[in-house]
Ligand binder design. Structure first.
Ligand code: B4P
Length: 194
């Protein structure tokens, strides 16, 4: 199964990606996590990514695309993967399409978590207290929301037109949201072949 998990910052992508990938037995590929791992190890990729992430901006497409290309070519992703936070721009959609075409695979579904704006801000400020992420300050959260609305929200229509979109209510407990995601996937003809 090849899935994409989308949603605004704080929608619960990272949280749900762990649950879904565990249940489906495919690796969760989180671009945000890969960038953060590189930042913490001060690799050249991390040094570059940090400049953008701390400001709430997207890391340039060329950098992100190359990183995903190499990650999904690893053996554990041969049988499928769950992309958490990728693609986020039209250029990334095009690049992912090219990667899939080259490997002869197709996407099975694109899950979008929907949440109230107030709720996502509250979640991220709570995480700021716990984890102290540099991009979880109120100003940067606001910037990340703007970038999402501007660059990523338009992708929803792209995948809807392809018949792949599954919109899932992301409000409520983690367990409630997971149950909705699995229900959306199970009732979805597009994923049956996965
Ligand atoms: P991400 O790491 O993907 O950050 P995010 O959008 O904020 O999502 P995240 O996964 O962290 O939040 P989640 O909703 O799971 O990206 C960070 C940065 O990396 C981006 O701003 C960008 O700079 C860069 N980047 C990443 N991908 C990129 C790409 N493709 N192109 C360019 N740049 C890219 O969780 C939020 C909080 O809510 C957590 O604390 C969680 O515990 C909590 N939560 C989750 N579900 C909940 C629930 N049901 N109830 C209550 N709390 C919940």
């Amino acid at each position: 199964m090849r899935l994409i998990l989308m949603g605004p910052p704080g929608a619960g992508k990272g949280t749900q990606a762990k649950v879904i990938s565990g249940r489906l037995g495919v690796p969760a590929v989180s671009t945000g996590d890969i960038f953060r791992a590189n930042v913490s190890q001060s690799t050249p990729l991390g040094v570059e990514a940090k400049r953008y992430m701390d400001a709430g901006d997207y890391v340039p497409d060329e950098v992100t695309n190359a990183m995903v290309r190499s990650r999904i070519a690893e053996p554990d992703a041969e049988g499928g993967f769950l992309l958490d936070g990728y693609p986020r721009t039209v250029a990334q959609v095009e690049e992912l399409d090219a990667m899939l075409a080259e490997s002869g695979h197709q996407l099975d579904a694109v899950v979008v978590l929907t949440v109230d704006q107030d709720e996502v801000v509250a979640r991220l400020l709570k995480r700021a207290e716990i984890e102290g992420r540099a991009d979880d300050t109120e100003d940067v959260i606001r910037r990340r929301q703007e970038v999402y609305a501007d660059q990523t929200a338009p992708l929803i229509a792209v995948y809807r037109d392809r018949g792949l979109l599954r919109e899932v209510d992301g409000m409520g407990s983690v367990e409630e949201v997971s149950a909705r995601v699995f229900a959306a996937l199970e009732t979805d003809d597009a994923t049956a072949a996965g």
